[in-house]
Design a binder for this molecule. Structure first.
Ligand code: GDP
Ligand code: MG
Length: 168
């Protein structure tokens, strides 16, 4: 079985842990310790092919750029997370995206998926679909709007990333 390692990056509080734990354990964690960094593993069948995914849920990385560098070097695929309820967190995705390309030596085929979280919080939404749509198309990256709480479109994120990683 092929094995792939994935790094989940994004600003603090955007829902990286909730997304990761929803994918790995299929539960919603309301209050995950924001300082805990954890590596998880699960298998997944996509297009009839079984793969093993190792998912690193990073913590507090946005304040420690040198740590980001270590994560990025070790990762094969990346989930770049922002919150649909926090416009500013989108800027961090752009920074991370640029950092990944720089650290991977300008390779723009690095597997990346952009994820907007907290889709269920409709009344708190700050980032419109059109905004992220046009950014993602400029970046040439796939994006998903998700809710870890409601389990909306979470598996699709990892399926997309797995498909990208398999062909490289
Ligand atoms: P992290 O710092 O990026 O790992 O963020 P967490 O996963 O710890 O989530 C931060 C806060 O957002 C927590 O209070 C979560 O319960 C909440 N949260 C995360 N994902 C969702 C979601 O999909 N819907 C809702 N309503 N809240 C969420
Ligand atoms: Mg966390």
């Amino acid at each position: 079985m092929r094995q792939f390692n994935v790094v989940v990056l994004g600003a603090g509080g955007v829902g990286k842990s909730a997304l990761t734990v929803r994918f790995i354990r299929d539960v919603f964690v309301e209050n995950y310790d924001p300082t805990i960094e954890e590596e998880y593993r699960r298998t997944m069948t996509v297009d009839g092919q079984l793969s093993s995914l190792e998912v690193l849920d990073t913590a507090g990385a946005e304040q420690f750029t040198s740590l980001n560098e270590v994560y990025i070097k070790s990762g094969r695929g990346f989930v770049l997370v922002f919150s649909l309820t926090q416009e500013a967190s989108l800027k961090e995705v752009d920074n991370l995206r640029k950092q990944i390309y720089r650290i991977k030596g300008g390779d723009t085929t690095v597997p990346i998926v952009v994820v907007g979280t907290k889709l269920d919080l409709v009344n708190e939404r700050e980032v419109q679909r059109a905004t992220i749509q046009s950014l993602a198309s400029r970046w040439d990256l796939p994006f998903y709007e998700t809710s870890a709480k409601r389990n909306w479109h979470v598996a699709e994120v990892f399926e997309d990333l797995l498909r990208q990683m398999r062909v490289r």
